[in-house]
Design a protein around this ligand. Structure first.
Ligand code: PEP
Ligand code: MN
Length: 346
């Protein structure tokens, strides 16, 4: 069962309930004023001639439509209009959305304790603390490696604890969430489950950070509305992840929709990160894609790392080996000077 919420989560929950009640209140007030308008229109019918009355009624309809559209966008919880302040998601002290670039790294799938331990040690050398690894794997073919399940998650969790790191792992169903809850720090919702509404609601009822990935062919609006499902339940620790969408191109695994980053940053108050692994599927593009992500305003970058990628049980072609990982971090550290960050955020 999900653990009890801490006071901070409770407060967030109360704020959401208050926001929900205030929204309901304004909807009721609106309904009341619509009734009042109707009554006045009836009165007007006896005063004006037919044509004037019709024109007035058409005008009133337009006003009603405009009002309800404004209310809809203003009251969406993800919207910058409902919250101007940037949300900063705290993952064991890593403040995602604080203006720095945070790296989430680790293997595509957890395959053994040794494998995750080796990668975690390399990450630790670079000061990274957000360890990803799939234990429940959403695979296109049911005959492909499906992940080690709870056993894999236990290995990942132990490794993370030993290295003082946080666990980022995908959950595919509400029942998996219950089982895995105490062993993870960030609940990843994969691209294939972006519109699994019961799952979104279930993670929304927890107080844990959620990393929500954009669906394979989801519009930006659909992506934001998926986040709304989580926020509406009271959990506002949501990180959005652009991971590429399907287009006609064949040079890359997916098409990294880089412009979605500033759009999401403008439209929402949530932190946005870019997964350079699943979007490009090409290690030779990780560094330029990650630089582009940061330059365009992303709050973090995700990529896959494996001690021996050729033997990996999933996504063998797009995982960096440890040397490649260090080269990637060298390039990013060189790029991410305080001057560059200041220029990006000005
Ligand atoms: C993953 O990050 O392990 C993954 C499966 O990615 P996506 O859901 O973006 O395909
Ligand atoms: Mn993968």
């Amino acid at each position: 069962m999900p653990a009890e919420r801490n006071p901070k989560d409770e407060l967030v929950n109360i704020n959401h309930e208050l926001a929900f009640l205030l929204r309901k209140r304004s909807e009721l007030l609106d309904a009341q004023s619509a009734e009042e308008c109707k009554r006045r229109m009836k009165e007007a019918a006896s005063i004006f001639d037919g044509d004037t009355y019709d024109a007035l009624q058409a005008l009133l309809k337009d006003i009603e439509k405009m009002q309800s559209n404004t209310i809809k966008t203003h009251s969406l919880l993800y919207s910058r209009k409902s919250q101007r302040k940037q949300t900063v998601v705290d993952v064991n002290g890593n403040l995602i959305g604080d203006g720095n670039c945070h790296f989430i790294m680790g293997p595509c799938s957890v395959e053994s304790v040794e494998q995750v331990n080796q990668t975690a040690s390399e990450m630790k050398k670079r000061g990274l603390q957000l360890l990803r690894g799939g234990a429940f794997k959403p695979r296109t073919s049911p005959y492909d490696f499906q992940g080690l399940g709870m056993e894999g998650l236990r290995s990942l969790s132990k490794t993370a604890r030993d290295h003082q790191m946080a666990v980022v792992t995908e959950i595919m169903s509400p029942s998996q969430l219950e089982e895995a809850y105490d062993l993870l720090d960030v609940i990843q919702i994969g691209a294939r489950n972006m519109q699994n509404f019961e799952l979104l609601k279930a993670v929304g009822r927890t107080g844990k950070p959620v990393l929500l990935k954009r669906g394979l062919a989801a519009t930006i609006k659909e992506f934001m509305l998926a986040a709304e499902y989580i926020l509406r339940e009271g959990n506002n620790h949501v990180i959005l992840c652009e991971r590429g969408i399907r287009t006609f191109g064949t040079e890359t695994r997916n098409t990294l929709d880089i412009s979605s980053v500033p759009i999401l940053k403008q439209e929402t108050h949530l932190p946005v990160i870019v997964d350079v692994a699943h979007s490009t599927g090409r290690k030779d593009l990780f560094i330029p894609a990650a630089k582009a992500a940061v330059a365009i305003g992303a709050d973090g970058v995700m990529a896959e790392v494996h001690p021996n990628p050729v033997s990996a049980l999933s996504d063998a072609g797009q995982q960096m080996n440890h040397q490649e990982f260090h080269d990637f971090m060298d390039a990013m550290e060189h790029f991410l000077t305080p001057k560059t960050l200041a220029a990006i955020h000005q």
